[in-house]
Design a protein around this ligand. Structure first.
Ligand code: FES
Length: 153
């Protein structure tokens, strides 16, 4: 595994120097650079802000927007909102977990897929809904799930 290049983190920290309440914006910007928040990066942020690493880790693990491991090449989001749930969203979720063997992790071992369960995606009339890399797939069935997975690059 290659060492993490911290120069991007230092640049972001410099932009926020002297500003209070900047931990979350810093974490958002750093994650946008790396795709997730590596441990070395969280430690670097803690050191530079002179706060305990446990505080940084606590914030990162509290908010669903932050990731502590790399995201897969394809991001599959399954809507677990009420409308989708009523239309069989739970079964679709299980079907995807089975197909990708994702019962104890959110990313496949080959790094091809990351699965996220999300609240309403804002298109309830199309329930149940799944997105693949922000492309909306409406009225999903188990058959469509397999097609989506097989056609993903
Ligand atoms: S509940 Fe699924 S899109 Fe709204």
């Amino acid at each position: 595994m290659q060492p993490i290049d911290l120069s991007k983190t230092y640049s972001i920290l410099k932009l926020h120097q002297g500003k209070s309440g900047s931990l979350i914006p810093i974490l958002q910007e750093v994650q946008a650079q790396y795709g997730y928040l590596p441990e070395e990066v969280m430690q670097c942020i803690a050191d530079k802000l002179k706060i305990p690493a446990s505080k940084v880790y606590g914030v990162v693990t509290f908010y669903a927007q932050f990731r502590i491991s790399p995201q897969g090449k394809n991001l599959l989001k399954v809507c677990c909102g009420t409308a989708c749930h009523v239309q069989g969203g739970g079964q679709i979720l299980e079907s995807i977990k089975d197909a990708l063997d994702l019962h104890s992790a959110d990313t496949t071992t080959d790094g091809k897929f990351t699965l996220q369960e999300v609240a309403c995606l804002g298109c309830c009339g199309l329930a149940p809904v799944v997105t693949l890399n922000e492309e909306v797939h409406a009225k999903i069935t188990n058959k469509k799930v397999k097609e989506i997975i097989n056609h993903a690059k």
